[in-house]
Design a protein around this ligand. Structure first.
Ligand SMILES: N[C@@H](CCC(=O)N[C@@H](CS)C(=O)NCC(=O)O)C(=O)O
Length: 402
């Protein structure tokens, strides 16, 4: 027999408390990081984008986490999804992110920020000024350009597209050779700033080329896969790591455009990603707490989640409780109200990693939103915008109860 959805109070009673953010593992939700130090020791404030979509912010964020430097976080909107906060424009007239305050001095440009951090706190593994790190940095820029060219240029003919793919594949081989040249999985004999520099765009290339070109970066390049696997053993990286779905839909407005190749292999990968099956996005198994992590994160923002859903008048609120009931007890099926499928799918498409929760929790939540929606029908929520992401305005989410 079909079950009725649990009430919000019943769901709250089943939710664990949120993890410790100040001294615990790396988390996108943290506003203050102390690593066991006292608040008086904080010399750094990182200004980073609210949704953790900005690659340059990720580079600085990871560096601070790896070095365990006490810091505060101030989250700022990117123009593609929100209005730039006036207090930030007054401090940084260009509005660009990241920015960092060190002992009261404001620094912009991620490279300059890392150099200033290194001067104040010492290098991460190997100095940014070291010739070997500079070589890796040059390689990263060439990799970045080859990726942009393949992904973001329209390529008038199939031959142009193939050429861009070959250029990228040559760069991926050069990256593999650099990784294979050292013992161990990293660019240098120890984990270092060189790896941190490569993280943001390697992660974005892996996600976007899978979905838009049907190209599996990790499968095609075992040394790159080994590098990712080694990163996935670091809690610092896991806290900043995004997933394929998030990048595939946050990149178009940031890059101008991402062009699908339209070939059969690409369409298959796109569909697999939509179905939640993209094995190359992580080497890790789902941890046992994934479902409850998803629950606690939805509970925190439930008022705003309902308020911003364009299908909220179509039974979305009880449908959401239904999905959460199914998340906790999949064997006792809760059927959502008739007409609620689009609202559930709208939410499914807007879970952002790591902004909202970790990769496995997000996978689990997307799955249950889809399986619950499917009990109602096949009504879709409509396409995700590609020129902007104003549907992701952070303001309604800013006043969630602590
Ligand atoms: N060269 C800069 C690039 C920073 C950059 O392009 N930031 C983008 C976000 S990824 C930005 O803040 N754009 C303004 C906006 O989106 O509001 C750096 O390395 O810090």
């Amino acid at each position: 027999m079909a079950r009725t959805p649990l009430s919000w109070e019943e769901l709250e009673a089943l939710a664990p408390s949120e993890p410790e953010r100040v001294n615990g593992p790396t988390s996108s939700q943290a506003r203050l990081r102390l690593f066991g130090a006292s608040e008086a020791d904080v010399r750094v404030t990182l200004y980073r984008d609210n949704h953790a979509w900005c690659p340059y912010c990720q580079k600085v964020w990871l560096w601070l986490e790896e070095k365990r430097i006490p810091y505060r976080v101030q989250k700022v909107s990117m123009r593609c999804y929100g209005e730039k906060e006036s207090w930030y424009s007054q401090r940084v007239p260009s509005g660009m992110l990241p920015a960092l305050e060190l002992d009261g001095r404001l620094i912009t440009e991620s490279d300059a920020i890392l150099l200033a951090l290194e001067a104040a706190f010492g290098p991460l593994g190997v100095s940014l000024e070291d010739a070997a790190v500079k070589d890796v940095r040059r390689l990263e820029r060439r990799f970045f350009r080859a990726w942009c060219h393949w992904l973001c240029s329209p390529h008038a003919t199939a031959a142009d597209g193939q050429l861009a793919q070959q250029q990228f594949e040559r760069m991926a081989s050069a990256v593999s050779e650099a990784l294979e040249a050292t013992e161990g999985p990293f660019f240098l004999p120890v984990f270092s700033a060189a790896d941190g520099i490569f993280v943001p765009f390697m992660e974005r290339a892996s996600a976007s080329l899978y979905a838009y070109k049907g190209y599996d970066l990790r499968q095609a390049n075992p040394a790159i896969d080994a590098w990712f696997r080694a990163l996935e053993r670091r809690s610092t990286y896991l806290g900043t790591q995004s997933d394929f779905h998030t990048h595939v839909h946050d990149l178009p407005p940031q890059m101008g455009a991402c062009h699908p190749s339209g070939e059969a292999g690409q369409r298959l990968c796109w569909q697999r990603l939509a179905d939640g099956l993209a094995p190359s996005e992580t080497s890790l198994e789902e941890p046992p707490e994934a479902a409850r992590e998803a629950l606690v994160r939805v509970l925190k923002h439930r008022l705003a989640i309902v308020q911003v859903n364009p299908f909220r008048d179509d039974g979305f609120e009880p449908a959401l409780r239904c999905a959460l009931s199914n998340l906790l007890a999949p064997q006792a099926l809760c059927v959502p109200p008739a007409g609620s499928a689009a609202g559930l799918r709208h939410l499914r498409e807007r879970i952002s990693v790591p902004r909202d929760m970790g990769l496995h929790a997000a996978r689990r939540l997307r799955q249950v939103l889809e399986s619950t929606a499917a009990l109602d029908g096949d009504q879709e929520a409509g396409p995700i915008p590609t020129r902007h992401r104003h549907d992701q305005d952070p303001r309604p989410f800013r006043n969630a109860p602590v």
